[in-house]
Ligand binder design. Structure first.
Ligand code: CIR
Length: 265
């Protein structure tokens, strides 16, 4: 059964190094592609921070045929002692699910394939202390969320379907969990009303790209290039770890998407 602490207390994480092909990753803007060497350096700092926050981290080798495979959060969802293998909504990423299944099978008691025909990206699922908030987006549809809801019901975790406002790639591009009942998010996401009933800390308007924070045990990972956010979260009861993610950001990636966090009893 899902416990509210499972939303931010973890013992392990799984990451995958970016490959040379990361240059060809999906991106919404015409910004220059990421530099694979700098991306690898930033990724190493990210892994280091996960270790510093108390996690035992498995770092998988690059998967060159899949330019976006560094973003391991999208093809799988870890909930308690189960891993759900999702159905990524962009065709170029769909078969990342096979690699996700291979790497998660040794780590989990239960590995469950999300049945088709729908699609779900992990970036659209925010696990709080009491539910999975699941955003319909360009990558995630109702059929996928209905199937996921049935799986999560087995661990007594309700799934609540919401709309990711248009222009936002994934629900979690604009939010992150600070504790089981507190969400950090942009004004546009707060204004959509989906977090009513939660405590909300609003991201500084000049730093909307900082919203995707990741709480891990007694630390929170925050983008290093967002001074107002670092300052704001420094006043909360956890330590703040600034992490450079400039290259991931060129592919619309952030902090949560580069790891799958889970707990082993
Ligand atoms: C993509 O478009 O799928 C990747 N370039 C970025 C994925 C980022 N994932 C996430 O925020 N969960």
């Amino acid at each position: 059964m899902f416990d509210s602490n499972d939303s931010f207390r973890f013992t392990h994480a799984l990451c995958r190094k970016p490959g040379r092909s990361v240059r060809r990753g999906l991106r919404q803007s015409n910004s220059p592609p990421p530099d694979p060497v700098v991306f690898a350096q930033e990724h190493a700092l990210y892994v280091h921070a996960l270790c510093d926050s108390g996690l035992q981290v498995t770092v998988l080798d690059p998967l060159e045929p899949f330019p976006d495979s560094v973003f391991v959060e999208d093809p799988a969802l870890c909930v308690g002692d189960a891993a759900v293998i999702l159905r990524p909504g962009d065709q170029s990423r769909f078969d990342e699910r096979d690699a996700a299944r291979d790497s998660l099978t040794p780590c989990f008691d239960y590995v469950i394939d999300l049945p088709g025909p729908g699609f779900v990206d992990g970036g659209d699922i925010l696990l709080t202390g009491r539910e999975a908030i699941a955003g319909i987006s360009e990558r995630t549809d109702s059929a996928g969320l209905n199937a996921l809801g049935e799986i999560l019901a087995e661990v007594e975790l309700p799934l609540r379907e919401v709309s990711t406002p248009s222009g936002i790639l994934h629900l979690k591009s604009d939010c992150g969990l600070l504790d089981a009942e507190t969400i950090f998010c942009t004004k546009r996401l707060e204004d959509s009303g989906i977090f009513s009933g939660y405590r909300v800390v609003r991201c500084p308007p000049e730093e909307q790209h900082a919203a995707n924070v990741v709480r891990i045990n007694d630390a929170v990972l925050v983008r290093a290039d967002c001074p107002q956010t670092l300052d704001l979260l420094d006043r909360q009861p956890f330590s703040v770890m600034p992490i450079p993610v400039g290259e991931a950001a060129k592919l619309d990636g952030g902090l949560s998407c580069m790891s799958l966090r889970y707990s082993v009893e």
